[in-house]
Design a protein around this ligand. Structure first.
Ligand code: GTQ
Ligand code: FE2
Length: 324
């Protein structure tokens, strides 16, 4: 063996002397690594967590006095999960944020590979978004899609401040690395159509009408999966309705979920965390965490999950109810 280029390696007389020579070459012994690479079941790195709309709204109203949309790409408040040094992702693959825009403001046009959607919390007339030239109204309860690489900009031409929730698959894009982002060259994108209906807009009224036609689960809840996956294949979007005193219980699964409360109030238990929730609140149900959401009044929950990703890759698993 030619050891002229590796005298330190060749000189090792024991494993303890070998390890530093390996480390200098970015080699590590699989039998001697600092952390395990395999474990029996998902470890729950991300935590269950709940964020209150009332607090986010107060903070955005204050920030609105000091930060304008000409300074911020978006006036948003990210709901980060306090795991390690993470200050961005809400769940492993998803991020959510609150966003506010004042009267006569606009959020300039850009596009990016991450898929995004909005859930409108409070809006007066004159709030709209433009997606690839199509002008779409943003009304309370609406869900609006801005898929991968579509130009999007938001406008408030009404008298009221507007508040909504953003959900994006940016953390998944961070993991896989296909990130591209581009500001629009002209700041405003031209409006080329004002469609009556759009595959990118789902209204609360239509969701409620369709939910009412579905059979309830044993716990009384109903779930409507939105027809969004041809546009945004990384996420499943759904609305669930709960009656007063009803509940939605989900077993442990490998799916990561973010819930936004469209209507109602109640309490929830997600893993070890239990809390009271109200309209506009956000909460995250991370991988391999069971949850039970109880409604005090009639409730509508919006959910975004990464279930299509787990299913497509063969990683979808769910605990049967008998094991929970
Ligand atoms: O409205 O385009 O909260 O691009 C984060 C990234 C909102 C948006 C966010 C975004 C947007
Ligand atoms: Fe965006």
């Amino acid at each position: 063996m030619n050891d002229r280029h590796a005298p330190d390696l060749a000189a090792a007389t024991s494993l303890d002397e070998l390890y530093p020579a390996l480390a200098a070459r970015c080699l590590t012994a699989g039998w001697h690594k600092a952390r395990p690479s395999l474990w029996p079941s998902p470890r729950g790195a991300f935590h269950p967590r709940h964020w209150r709309y009332s607090e986010a709204r107060l903070a955005m109203d204050l920030a609105g006095e000091w930060i304008g949309t000409e300074l911020a790409e978006r006036r948003n408040l990210l709901t980060f999960n306090p795991v390690g040094d993470n200050d961005y992702a809400t769940a492993r693959t998803l991020v959510s944020a609150y966003q506010m825009i004042k009267p006569d403001e606009h959020a300039r046009a850009h596009r990016h590979t991450p898929n995004a959607l909005r859930v409108v919390l409070d809006a007066g007339p004159g709030l709209y978004t433009v997606v690839d030239g199509a002008r779409l109204p943003m009304c309370r309860g609406d869900v609006l899609l801005t898929p991968n690489w579509t130009w999007h900009s938001h406008y408030n031409e009404g008298p009221d401040r507007a508040y909504w929730i953003d959900m994006l698959d940016v953390p998944l894009v961070h993991l896989l690395e296909p990130m591209f982002f581009e500001p629009h060259p002209d700041e405003y994108q031209p409006t080329t159509s004002t469609p009556e209906v759009s595959p990118y807009r789902f209204t609360q009224a239509e969701a409620e009408a369709r939910l009412a036609l579905l059979p309830p689960r044993a716990d009384g809840s109903r779930t409507l999966v939105l027809d969004s996956q041809t546009h945004m294949p990384t996420m499943e979007l759904s609305f669930s309705s709960l009656c007063a005193g009803g509940a939605l219980a989900l077993p442990r699964s490998t799916v990561n979920r973010i819930f936004a409360v469209s209507e109602g109030e109640g309490r929830a238990q997600i893993g070890e965390l239990s809390f009271e929730w109200a309209r506009g609140d956000l909460f995250v149900v991370p991988s391999w965490t069971a949850c039970r959401i109880e409604a005090r009044g009639a409730t509508l929950l919006f959910q975004a999950s990464d279930e299509p990703v787990l299913r497509a890759l063969g990683f979808h698993r769910e605990e049967s109810a008998a094991n929970t």
